[in-house]
Structure formats: C-alpha cells, structure tokens
Ligand binder design. Structure first.
Ligand SMILES: [Zn+2]
Length: 283
C-alpha cells in the first residue's frame, strides 16, 4: 500500500498540473472505483462536471482536490495500486475513471486491484484544519506543519501495546505503513515489539522524528517503488527502495553494525529489523 511519501508525490504532481482547471467531462469506467460515493456514479459525474479544482491537500495516505473554492472535495484513495495519471494511459485495461480538464489534459484513475477510488465529500473543520469528512478521524501525519510531537508522545506513553502497532494506527499518527514503520524503528534503534508505554519520552520522540526524517528522505527521491504500481502523475516510479535500511533486507547485513537483518511475522505482515541494533524485549 502506498504510504505518505508515495501519496505526497502524487499530490505534488496534481498541484502543479490540475489546480485552476475546470472539469469538462467525466466518465466512470468501473463502478467499483466510486463505490464509496454512496449517491452513485451518475451523481459523481454530474457534480464533477464544470467543477473548478481550486487546490490539493493530503492527510496521511489520503489526498484530495478542493473544488469550487472549498465547498466540497474530491477525495482520492489509492488503495493498493491506484494511480492518478496525466495524459496517455499505458494500460487502459485498468482505467477506472477519466476526467477531461479545460486545457485538454485527461486525468485518469487507474487501479489494477480496485481497492482505491474517488468520492465527493463535504469539507469539515477539525482542530483548526479543513479536511474531508471521511478522513476527519485521522490523526495528523508527521509532515503536517501542525503535527504535535509532544501530544503524540503523551498518547503513546499510555499505550500498553507494541510501538509498531501504534505507528500503524492511523488514529494515533497517520501516513505510516509497514515500510516506513520498519525504517523509522531501525533509525531510532527500537524493536517494534517493545511496548509503547514502556519506552522513555526521549525514545518515543526519537521514533517520531525518525519517521518524519525517513519520509522526507523518501519524498526527495520520489517515494519507494517497492511495488512497481506506485508511480507519480507521469507514470514514473521513485527510487527510495534502494535506500531502505531494514524493509525487504532480510538476510543482508545491517548497514550500521553488520548483523544480519531478520524478518518476522507481525500483524499478518512482516517486520524487518536488526537483532543487534534493535534487540527484542526480554519478557
Ligand atoms: Zn544493526
């Protein structure tokens, strides 16, 4: 699943190319891609027609286009494999939605596994930020200028469950998935199975700082293309996968200490960690 950096790469591409454009035609090619829009595909296309895109924004793994000066938003969830592409679509077999803009550009939503989609939604103000109603329950992400590290540390200090589980909980901190959780924990030298509430305040602060740092680094390289379906609006993959220190490196030497990186099952996924830099807790 694309995480914050991969979604932010897409948002930035859209910001550069679709803002101040008006939608002149919309076609839904697959109803599953608009299933979250409860009023149905016909309502979505009717309301998008002649709508003006006035901005882009993101929280965690969700991005949206603000329409008509903030009255509503087109909320985009990339799911496992969603792509927002400008111009020609290389593989039309997975084209789910297409919108034509008044400069002639086609904005396409391509989604091989169809877990993603578009929906039109109202914007609401929560804690001083304007966000689409369906994402109002999500915590701020570490790259949000108003992310409050101390407040999140306070929340973590009260959690008697694993720190990695907490990093993946989008209501505690949003935008972090399996890849960047493992990378942040490696950078902070913390084993993901340690209890959040058992870590010191400086250690928890370091974990959150590492999460922000690794996502900023990934963003600078266009995101991680661990799954070849993660692409920017021009269909290009990022190359941060080469810079990953833990995720996907089982059997390889830790870049810090040389110990062999381990892979273990965690929450129906895998965790990658260095057994020497990130020793497992003694229970
Ligand atoms: Zn190590």
């Amino acid at each position: 699943m694309p995480e914050l950096p991969e979604v932010e790469v897409v948002r930035r591409g859209l910001q550069d190319h679709v803002v101040d454009k008006t939608i002149t035609a919309v076609r839904v090619h697959h109803p599953r891609a608009v299933r979250r829009h409860e009023a149905g595909p016909a309502d979505l296309t009717a309301r998008l027609l002649d709508a003006r895109i006035t901005g882009t924004d993101r929280r965690g793994k969700y991005l949206w286009l603000t329409l008509d000066g903030g009255e509503s938003a087109l909320l985009v969830h990339l799911g496992m494999s969603g792509q927002m592409l400008l111009g020609a679509v290389p593989n039309a077999r997975h084209l789910r939605i297409a919108a034509v803009l008044d400069d002639g550009t086609t904005l396409s939503f391509v989604d091989q596994r169809t877990f993603g989609g578009w929906m039109l939604t109202d914007l609401v103000t929560v804690d001083g930020s304007v966000v689409p109603a369906p994402v109002a329950h999500l915590a701020r992400d570490p790259l949000d200028p108003r992310f409050d590290v101390d407040a999140v540390v306070d929340v973590l200090r009260r959690k008697q469950s694993e720190i990695k589980r907490q990093l993946l909980d989008q209501t505690v901190v949003s935008g972090i998935g399996n890849i960047y959780a493992d990378e942040a924990l490696w950078r902070a030298k913390v084993n993901g199975t340690r209890l959040a509430g058992g870590l010191t305040r400086p250690k928890l602060t370091a974990v959150l700082a590492a999460a922000a740092d690794v996502m900023r680094d990934a963003l600078a390289q266009g995101g991680t293309s661990f799954d070849s379906l993660y692409v920017n609006v021009n269909g290009q993959s990022g190359y941060f996968d080469r810079a990953l220190d833990a995720y996907g490196r089982d059997g390889k030497p830790c870049r810090r200490c040389g110990a062999v990186i381990r892979r273990e099952k965690f929450m129906n996924r895998s965790s990658f960690y260095c057994p020497r830099c990130q020793p497992r807790p003694r229970r």
